[in-house]
Design a protein around this ligand. Structure first.
Ligand SMILES: Cc1cc2nc3c(=O)[nH]c(=O)nc-3n(C[C@H](O)[C@H](O)[C@H](O)COP(=O)(O)O)c2cc1C
Length: 359
């Protein structure tokens, strides 16, 4: 099938692929800029983005803010005509300040999940920054449209539907995940249905992109045929030269087998998907929680007094290549990665495969 462009208001991505934001530090300016350069939408993850700033241990908030500006500018330098987005999790403590800085820096798009981004329209008011919630059900899409319409006279510019095969924190109960109760295709159809009244009211389409387990061009064609305007892909981009993580981090995915991927409960109480590595095995063996000597005050639902480990520290260890002390988030297809390629070659492969599929 012919690959369509992804139109979000006055933005037009030649390739309907949004690279999913990956924290901590897995998608910064290097990966986002490379994806944007190929015509997709490159997404920087905001969470603890300043982890390698010399001042991070002393003043993480200031370090993160500096790094955020730096990486938005750098991504735009790498891809002056490309589309750059920022992923901000609703669960982070400094949500409003992060969004405001991104708007000041002229970010094209803010994508927000891990909670309902109710305040987001107010934070971008008066700017040209587009806004996109991440949802895991038709119900969540409807609630967001209803609240944004009522309070802000606005609807989303894009909706990302994240299914149960995604990596990182997941918007499902353990029961749904263990029993395969949910299916991305079904949720995409539900979301498209639920947003129709709002599209009619505002006289415009809300493009919906499908993410979580999208791996091949055939997968992309499947969701386009269902009515999605594009896809969000994250895990596949880990095995690229431009991915911002240490090579030792990338190698863990190349080594990983299907049975090494499991659902874990992160310290913030949400289920997530990760590789069962040395770190994860040690956490399970421990009967006592880790003593947290330094709290980065990152996520609202985390209490340093009763968390089994510090998720910021575990993710920073990972991106730095300290993989045996690190948490390795992955989508369910992480075990299929078998070589490190250039972003351009990966995108070309996906497009060629997608175009081979019949209409
Ligand atoms: C290593 C990793 C880190 C992630 N970090 C974030 C994040 O910081 N914020 C977020 O909203 N989603 C995060 N995600 C979810 C992705 O953005 C994406 O929606 C999802 O993984 C798509 O599924 P796929 O990985 O199967 O392509 C992460 C995923 C991975 C694999």
């Amino acid at each position: 099938m012919r690959i369509p462009s992804l139109v979000i208001g006055d933005l037009k991505a030649a390739i309907p692929i949004v690279q999913g934001g990956m924290g901590v530090g897995i998608s910064r300016s290097g990966l986002a800029g490379a994806v944007a350069n190929c015509g997709g939408i490159g997404v920087i993850s905001s969470v603890q983005i300043g982890f390698d700033d010399p001042d991070f241990e002393k003043n993480s908030e200031a370090a993160n803010q500096r790094a955020l500006r730096k990486h938005i500018r750098r991504a735009k330098e790498i891809s002056p005509n490309g589309i750059i987005g920022l992923n901000i999790m609703v669960a982070v403590n400094n949500y409003d300040a992060t969004a405001r800085i991104a708007v000041e820096e002229g970010i094209d798009l803010i994508i927000s999940g891990a909670g309902l981004p109710m305040s987001l329209p107010g934070l971008v008011e008066g700017s040209n920054t587009k806004i996109a919630p991440i949802v895991s059900s038709g119900k969540a899409a409807k609630v967001i449209c209803k609240m944004w319409d009522k309070k802000h006279n606005r609807i989303p510019d894009l909706i990302v539907v994240e299914g149960p095969e995604a990596g990182g924190h997941l918007g499902y109960s353990l029961d749904d995940l263990n029993n395969d109760n949910k299916d991305l295709a079904q949720i995409v159809i539900e979301v498209i249905e639920e947003i129709k009244p709002y599209e009619e009211k505002y006289g415009r389409k809300i493009p919906v992109v499908a993410g979580g387990g999208v791996y091949t061009g055939k997968d992309v064609a499947k969701y386009l045929k269902l009515g999605a305007a594009g896809v969000q892909i994250a895990t596949r981009f880990i095995a690229t030269e431009e991915c911002d993580a240490d090579i030792k981090y990338k190698m863990e995915y190349l080594k990983c087998k299907k049975e090494d991927i499991e659902i874990v409960v992160s310290p913030v109480g949400m289920p997530g998907r990760a590789i069962k590595n040395v770190f994860m095995k040690n956490i399970k063996k421990k009967s006592e929680n880790e003593k947290i000597s330094r709290c980065y005050n990152c996520l609202k639902p985390c209490n340093p007094k009763d968390t089994p480990y510090c998720i910021s520290k575990a993710l920073i260890n990972s991106v730095n290549g300290n993989v045996d002390q690190g948490l390795l988030f992955t989508g369910s297809n992480g075990y299929r990665l078998n070589k490190i390629v250039k972003v351009k070659d990966l995108i070309d492969e996906i497009i060629t495969e997608c175009e081979k599929e019949a209409e």
